[in-house]
Design a protein around this ligand. Structure first.
Ligand code: C2E
Ligand code: CA
Ligand code: CA
Length: 344
């Protein structure tokens, strides 16, 4: 409803709500209201209505708040988001997006061994500076641009791994993120296969991280999409396990190749014995599935020692390295190669 009003917003909302409850039906209707106060003639009524609607959208699903005013901050956020969206194509073209790599180490042997890396996107915007993926990934997931961006990351990662294999003769794979939205793309498997072929790498070189929350909506479609990828030969890592509404049942029907335990578990492992026990259980779950347990977000020695003790197989986190650019990742590869040579 678009309403011009003179009452306070609260009483207006109460009046409408009470009318809705007048009927003989017992249905409870919850209303949300967004408002733009003090409109002038500077802009069209459509613009104000849209602004009020945008304010309203910010409290969707929020049960504590039912009225939201449009304000400058929201306006700035919207302009910022619009800017990011408008700039994507140019950013790809001018190579403002870069792929960083965060190493993953196998930790149950004599010494931590570099076995893989996760490819993470970075955006260095010429005017806005560094834009965090947390700011643009959800935005691009919402409007469909994510596929284009992920495609770029997949290509870049494949190209890079080929180069490193040629140069260092190493056995190392890279995991790329596959957004929930990408799974809706009917040609996804073919796209990925053609990237593999184009860059002369094998299907074992490029692992796919699919976030757990991907499975919680449109379950059967997601499972089908992931199955198709897996049947084609791709390795699937379930990302952020335990963070969302994970369906344990899903683990039975959904074939995966690694369980990536969410960072929050690491925070708790030090804090409480229950926290420790929880990780232990998840690791056991990975054992039952016969897949490695990967833990991300390990930041210090204490966490690392506990993670090792509890039996996690692979670790990724600031304790070992932050995500670094290709040049710096190469140094990690070189160091690993030296260590391997020394131990032979
Ligand atoms: P994610 O897939 O769970 O990636 C792990 C995030 O944790 C990364 O944040 C990484 O920098 C951060 N991290 C790693 N170790 C630690 C640690 O020890 N402590 C803490 N506090 N953080 C750590 P980043 O790079 O900011 O990415 C955030 C999210 O954005 C990613 O979460 C992923 O969901 C998404 N993302 C990043 N790159 C891509 C991409 O190329 N495609 C898609 N679809 N999503 C991406
Ligand atoms: Ca990931
Ligand atoms: Ca994750």
């Amino acid at each position: 409803m678009l309403i011009e009003h003179s009452e306070s917003l609260r009483s207006l909302l109460d009046i409408i709500t009470s009318h809705l409850r007048d009927g003989e039906h017992q249905t409870i209707i919850r209303l949300r209201m967004g408002a733009f106060e003090n409109i002038s003639r500077e802009r069209s009524i459509d613009w104000y209505a849209e602004a009020a609607g945008a304010a309203c959208d910010t409290i969707r699903g929020n049960y504590q708040q039912d009225i939201m005013l449009y304000d400058e901050k929201l306006h700035e956020q919207e302009l910022y988001n619009e800017r990011l969206i408008a700039d994507v194509d140019e950013a790809i073209e001018k190579r403002q997006f870069r792929v960083f790599y965060q190493p993953k180490y196998e930790i149950q042997g004599e010494r931590p061994r570099l076995v893989s890396a996760e490819a993470l996107i970075r955006w260095q915007h010429p005017e806005l500076g560094f834009v965090s993926p947390g700011a643009f990934i959800p935005l691009f997931e919402a409007n469909g641009l994510i596929l284009k961006l992920d495609n770029y990351v997949w290509e870049e990662a494949a190209r890079q791994i080929h180069e490193w294999k040629e140069q260092y003769g190493i056995d190392l794979h890279i995991s790329v993120n596959v957004s929930r939205k990408d799974l809706f793309e009917p040609n996804l498997t073919d796209r990925l296969l053609s990237i593999i072929e184009k860059h002369g790498v094998t299907i074992e070189d490029l692992y796919l991280e699919v976030t757990e929350s991907a499975y919680s909506q449109d379950t059967s479609q997601m499972v089908k999409a992931v199955e198709k990828l897996r049947n084609a030969g791709f390795r699937i890592e379930m990302d952020d396990f335990g963070s969302g509404y994970s369906s344990l049942n899903m683990l039975c029907v959904m074939p995966i190749d690694a369980l990536k335990i969410d960072m929050k578990f690491v925070r708790n492992i030090v804090a409480t014995s229950t926290g420790y026990r929880m990780v232990e259980l998840v690791v056991e779950m990975a054992r039952a599935l016969k897949v490695p347990a990967i833990v991300e977000g390990v930041e210090d020695e204490e966490q690392y020692q506990l993670i090792r003790k509890v039996g996690c197989d692979i670790v990724q986190g600031y304790y070992f390295s932050r995500p670094v650019d290709a040049e710096n990742f190469e140094k990690l590869i070189q160091r690993e190669a030296e260590l391997q040579r020394d131990s032979q």
